[in-house]
Design a protein. Sequence first.
Length: 270
Amino acid sequence: MRLIIQPNYEKVSEWVGNYVAGKIKKYNPGPQNRFVLGLPTGSSPIGMYKQLIKLNQEKYVSFKYCTTFNMDEYVGLAEEHPQSYHYFMHSNFFNHIDINKDYINILNGNAPDLEAECEAYEEKIARSGGINLFIGGIGPDGHIAFNEPGSSLGSLTRVKTLTMDTIIANSRFFDNDVNAVPRTALTVGVKTVLDADEVLIIITGHQKARALSKVVEEGLNHMWTVSALQMHPKGIIVCDDASTVELRVGTVNYFKDIESENLDPESQLI
């Protein structure tokens, strides 16, 4: 597992955006050879999306032959609701790039049969050839997507009841009204993420420091689902200085030393 430490959120976003764009460009996708991206929502990836939009508008990278699968969606919110993840993705990313809308995949939280929707999502990922690069963020309790503490590390896409911690954390997007936050969501599983060829997790801010220490310095633990990244042969965490405050000084110095040639965001561009 690689740990890339950047000074702040802006540099994390630039590094990740450049890395993702560089991966797509190197892959050189085409009509019969699409690059498949797993994508997150939330505050963590917004800066990355801005950087990818910039690189797309500068003609450095194209999303014309990319297929995307989003991590999750609330149950019961209309797609046009300002806090639905359909709305988030289109307003923050898809509406600003050259992606073919037919190849955007987001779980339908209003499907008549939610279990069938989840099964079909897994099948569609498989038909696409699997995910080349899955990007994610985490909650303060270390959950990936809506895989709350205690989730099976072998889980697939499913309906998930949200914990009160997650509901309270997400209430900031619902005018701080916890009663307005949906209680259930559809989410890819931990195994769905780990089945990707490569997984990149964005971790920023002091409030994520404990989770970062759990995944980097402690063992596999389903109470901190991000720790499953330890099992992936190509796992990367990109974090900022603020999130490293609970890591040992020696750990931080070790990763900065071995990744010294890769810390410049510009070095990720081809």
